[in-house]
Write a protein that binds this ligand. Structure first.
Ligand code: SAH
Length: 219
């Protein structure tokens, strides 16, 4: 099932256009990213009961006390991640239902994705396969550790909030590479972009956000 076919019927093109327009109004500029928000059938990443709300710009529950990220945040993070380089290999922490993964997939060469809840990962793996997405390798595990096997990465994107910058993720960043991560306690998180320079890291804030916590340790 291709992305386009999967999306037909469930929601009108107009509903998706409205979402894309809203993200443009909020400052998303990358055409590639906006095209992906339009193309990816977000209703297939949530429960059927919530499908009619899939093209609203809100986070929605996906079970296991987790949420699918708000489209604006996915767009913002993806745009920030890709603005620095011609994206080759990306590490994603917090696969969840795989929406961010699907948005990113055609824009980069290879994604390595780590999720803490194996049960969720099993379903997500199948969902992305059904959507003909093949350039992703998955691993159940603790994102605080990154995934050293395929390091270094040109970009790392984290979909859950860390109380501090994870040391291992900084180590696994290639020179010139970028880490996009919400940092801070619940209610006071800052979307942070860290760029690895030759001999130091540069850090800028992209604004306040609200994410589920990046849980420490094994499930
Ligand atoms: N990327 C998803 C959002 C997932 S919500 C989307 O596109 O909508 C955040 C995810 O991070 C959850 O699935 C949660 O289980 C996972 N997570 C939390 N702590 C983690 C950790 N330490 N390592 C890996 N995944 C973690």
């Amino acid at each position: 099932m291709s992305l386009e076919r999967a999306g037909i019927g469930m929601t009108s093109a107009r509903t998706r256009d409205r979402l894309v327009q809203r993200l443009m109004d909020q400052g998303i500029q990358s055409h590639a990213v906006l095209e992906q928000i339009r193309n990816v059938p977000r209703h297939l990443f949530v429960d059927e009961a919530l499908a009619s709300r899939a093209y609203e710009d809100t986070a929605l529950p996906i079970g296991h006390a987790q949420t699918i990220s708000q489209p604006f945040i996915v767009a913002r993070m993806t745009e920030a991640l890709l603005s620095g380089f011609t994206g080759a290999s990306i590490l994603e922490i917090g696969t969840g239902c795989g929406y961010q993964t699907a948005v990113l997939s055609p824009l980069v060469k290879q994604i390595y994705s780590v999720e803490r809840i194996p049960e969720m990962l099993r379903k997500t793996r199948q969902r992305l396969r059904d959507l003909d997405i093949y350039n992703v390798q998955f691993r159940p595990g603790d994102g605080w550790q990154g995934w050293s096997k395929y390091a270094p990465y040109d970009g790392i994107i984290v979909a859950a909030a860390a109380v501090e910058l994870p040391e291992k993720l900084l180590e696994q960043l290639a020179p010139g590479g970028r880490l996009i991560i919400p940092v801070g306690p619940p209610g006071r998180q800052d979307l942070t972009m860290v760029t690895r320079m030759n001999d130091h890291f540069e850090q800028v804030s992209l604004g306040a956000v609200r994410f589920v916590p990046l849980v420490a340790g094994k499930l």
